[in-house]
Design a protein around this ligand. Sequence first.
Ligand code: NAP
Length: 335
Amino acid sequence: MSTTVNRQFRLAARPVGLPKRNDWNLVEEPLREPGDGEFLVRIEYISLDPAMRGWMNEGKSYVPPVGIGEVMRAYAGGEVVASRHPKFAVGEHVAGTFGVQEYARSNGKGITRVDTKLAALPVYLGALGMPGMTAYFGLLDVGAAQSGDTVVVSGAAGAVGSIVGQIAKIKGCRAVGIAGGAEKCRWLVDELGFDVAIDYKGEDVKAALKRHCPQGINVYFDNVGGDILDAALTQLAMHARIVVCGAISQYNTTAPVKGPSNYLALLVCRARMQGMVVFDYAARYADAAHEVAGWIAQGKLKTREDIVDGFETFPDALLKLFSGENTGKLVLQVT
Ligand code: NAP
């Protein structure tokens, strides 16, 4: 190891609204050698995920909040640079919940080995990682998408949404994306093969859904919540499935979360609205990732990583998710 210092972003305060630079402290701590049964990872890429905003809040959720003073939780990928672990050797690449720091020690629990000959490391934080698994299981298990279905996905040009629409096409569905801006919509249709893309910043979403989904929506994969969820509820087909994957429009609100006022459409259409947490599918990740890797290799599924450079830019880089500056999977490059 050439350095003796590990830089880390530690949570300093619980944000109110959008996170601010001083909600974290950038600290340096001495780099410690791995103990018995441990290895040390030099982190190369850190995944920036909307969920990180939720992890900063106090209160009950599907994982405990990050404690004040703790290293900010994040998925990341890097190279093993020292090892006293029997199963992880120096030079191997790995991905796991290593946190927003330059180095992490690990005992190997929950860590995925990464084959960088198969795909570049950032892809394992996107299509072959947590967002890809969310798209796969959310669409196929929770959404039960079938050939011939009309699938509508919001946040369509992001990490999860861009994979949802492409898997929908692979499975013989009609894919309708909702995203912010003409360029994102062009990318979805011209390059990813979505049938239609609706620019929610420039169009009336309710009217556009009515026009583009004349037979109704069979699966609505919701990444954003709020008004777009409400609009989708007005256009459901009978026995529609709504996948509650996320609600990014609500994550930084200081007002009460805006719930759907059109929920009686569930009654009328005998529809189902179901939440999902991707971790519940961990036992099936390997098989799903194998299938997704096959689609990538066959050119049926395209991946896009939006890579931001510079460890110290982390607080600003995270905000790109909420301003919609990212297209595809947002990743912070450390080295
Ligand atoms: P992402 O879509 O790559 O990035 C976030 C995108 O959200 C932005 O690019 C922006 O795109 C859009 N957005 C931001 N504010 C918005 C608003 N007010 N209204 C509408 N759209 C807005 O993020 P991701 O990692 O793929 O995550 C997508 C969703 O899935 C999030 O809600 C996340 O929490 C959820 N998720 C859930 C699970 C689970 O297990 N349940 C796992 C992973 C992710 P535009 O330019 O189009 O606005």
